[in-house]
Design a protein around this ligand. Structure first.
Ligand code: ATP
Ligand code: MG
Length: 569
């Protein structure tokens, strides 16, 4: 590709409304443009990368025996009513009516459509197993679209659906997809982890997420330093502490704590550690009343665990300040479990404390040296916190470490949920009708592009792994329009690269070297070759790898050998 023929649309300034690096760099590199919240166009540069992601996904899915098809975005409501999801799905499902007032939606996922296809096309065990996949646009009316294409409303997903005669066969199809995903993410050249997304993740898992590791990731993943245990932190059990709780050592006292409303304020104001304080959260109960959730000051509530507690409303709703003041007679910041007259759950970590600090249930007052069993009844305990680094691994092997990740893929055993609700059947070997067992397998194709940047960038721009780069090599001739020598060398090399089948970019714009170089660094081209009149007269060309600290001068008569070594085969 010649720059003069391409729409290179780089920006100098960092767009102010882009919060994370990948979003900023995708806008600055001219990969995407925004039209509305969570709605983007992919410009030619961005599309090149997107197509590379798709191509790897497609090749590995085909290799794993999956069959590509294409399903519609517009989906009739009847199918969703059959599966029961028309009523279950929240406002993320974009519902609409056509001109005949018929209900429909724009597909956020395709279990209903694919099950409809299956029940019409497949009727015998002889046609199984089968795995249909597509690479297609999804729409989810996300409550907070953000971070560009990382969490957008319209995005491209590869979604696959396997159908098998029984549970064991479903497990085999799932294992094949698991391996296909490993191949795909290996080929992307990204640092990633497959983690269990099941609760109680020990033993065979029926759902796994694939995360690209990046500090900005929305998800936390916990993994053991001594075994292969790895799971989304949402699902990881915090083991109950085994040691005895220390005995109380001092009498409880009430102290004034004006202006100390957070654990950090309290720890600083009283000169104690956060882990010696209790954090009391007030949530709504199923019956509309309130419940208290008590954690150690340095621990965080795990929403999924809290939602499973008896009587706690699900989805979890933390109480409003006005509601708390009205019903408990105390402001947030001074609430504590002692003397609190609502149902209370205490996390195991908080229940293990003695001589702790907690709200006194009077404004601007706290209790110090409070003790369970002595100053109030022994509490009802539960596991309701997120695990932290250093906690024991739930499989009993080693300690947990925590990394941040971006969920780019998810594989899931569905069982007979859709085949039963939508009456999809096949005849088995005995001629009996049976509902097939399904699996579903997603990859966020557009999100992969953002995640790759989030993991691979520096202060100059994007650093593409070679398999995803929009161009494998950039040729930057200095004074292309003024020097015949330079023009000839650059054109010749460009043709050689093209003949080798490389995605090569020739910067034939009449620009200063600094501008060319910074553009190529911004858009993340992995290799750069420079021809200049001075270099050519000395029988040299210049080369710089995107991650190299400096450029090197190389002999011109070895240009062909250099290309061969850089792109073997
Ligand atoms: P998340 O937890 O991030 O909302 P999800 O679990 O709802 O994702 P799935 O239904 O498992 O997503 O969809 C499969 C894949 O599609 C995800 O692993 C993710 O990579 C991608 N994906 C989901 N929602 C979005 C979105 N709003 N924007 C971009 N990609 C998305
Ligand atoms: Mg998911």
């Amino acid at each position: 590709m010649r720059a003069s023929r391409f729409h290179l649309a780089t920006l100098k300034e960092t767009p102010v409304d882009a919060e994370i690096v990948s979003h900023q760099l995708m806008l600055r590199a001219g990969m995407i443009r925004r039209h509305a919240a969570g709605i983007y166009s992919w410009l030619p540069l961005g599309l090149r990368i997107l197509r590379k992601v798709e191509q790897i996904v497609r090749q590995e899915m085909d290799r794993a025996g999956a069959l590509e098809l294409l399903m519609p975005s517009f989906q009739p409501a009847e199918l969703w009513q059959e599966s029961g999801r028309w009523d279950q799905f929240g406002p993320e499902l974009l519902r609409l009516k056509d001109r005949h007032e018929r209900d429909a939606c724009i597909g956020p996922t395709h279990e209903e459509i694919v099950t409809d296809i299956f029940r019409r096309e497949v009727n015998s065990y002889r046609q199984l197993p089968v795995n249909f996949y597509q690479i297609q646009t999804k729409f989810r009316d996300e409550i907070r679209p953000r971070f560009g294409v990382m969490r957008s409303r319209e995005f491209i997903m590869k979604d696959a659906y396997s159908f098998d005669l029984d549970r064991d066969a479903m497990q085999r199809s799932y294992d094949i997809m698991d391996q296909a995903y490993i191949n795909i993410f290996d080929r992307f050249g990204l640092d990633y982890r497959a983690v269990s997304a099941d609760s109680g993740a020990i033993g065979g898992s029926t759902s796994q997420e694939f995360h690209v590791l990046a500090d900005s990731g929305e998800d936390a993943i916990a993994f053991s330093d001594q075994s292969d245990f790895a799971a989304n932190i949402e699902t990881v059990e915090a083991l109950t502490p085994t040691g005895e709780r220390a005995a109380p050592s001092a009498a409880m006292e009430t102290v004034d704590t004006p202006g100390m409303h957070t654990i950090a304020d309290l720890a600083a104001g009283l000169g104690v550690k956060a882990q010696q304080c209790l954090k009391t959260l007030i949530a709504e109960a199923e019956d509309g009343a309130l419940v208290a959730l008590v954690l150690r000051g340095d621990h965080e509530l795990n929403v999924l665990k809290a939602e499973r507690l008896e009587g706690v409303a699900s989805p979890l709703r933390l109480a409003q300040r006005e509601q708390i003041i009205k019903l408990l007679g105390v402001d947030i910041g001074s609430i504590g479990p002692i003397g609190l007259e609502i149902p209370t759950f205490v996390d195991h970590g908080a229940a293990q404390l003695s001589d702790f600090v907690c709200g006194a249930n009077q404004d601007d007052k706290h209790l110090i040296n409070a003790n369970w069993g002595r100053d109030c009844a022994e509490p009802a305990t539960a596991d309701m916190r997120n695990v932290v680094a250093g906690d024991p691994s739930p499989d009993g092997k080693g300690q947990l470490r925590i990394l941040r990740g971006i969920e780019v893929g998810h594989i899931f055993q569905l069982g007979q949920k859709y085949s039963e609700s939508m009456q999809a059947t096949v005849l088995d070997e005995q001629g009996k009708t049976t509902h097939p067992f399904m699996g579903c397998y997603g990859i966020g194709v557009t999100r992969v592009v953002a995640a790759a940047i989030e993991q691979n960038h520096d202060e100059h721009g994007i650093i593409w792994p070679s398999t995803l780069a929009p161009f494998q090599l950039a040729i930057c001739p200095i004074n292309y329009h003024k020097s015949e020598l330079v023009k000839q060398a650059a054109d010749e090399f460009y043709q050689k690269c093209q003949a080798r089948g490389l995605d090569v970019f020739l910067d034939d714009r009449a620009l200063r070297p600094g501008v060319m170089f910074s553009d190529m660094e911004l858009i993340g081209v992995p290799h750069r070759v420079v021809f200049s009149e001075r270099g050519l007269s000395a029988q040299q060309f210049e080369y710089k790898g995107r991650r190299d600290a400096s450029a090197q001068e190389l002999p011109l008569d070895d240009l062909a050998g250099f290309l061969e070594r850089l792109f073997p085969g």
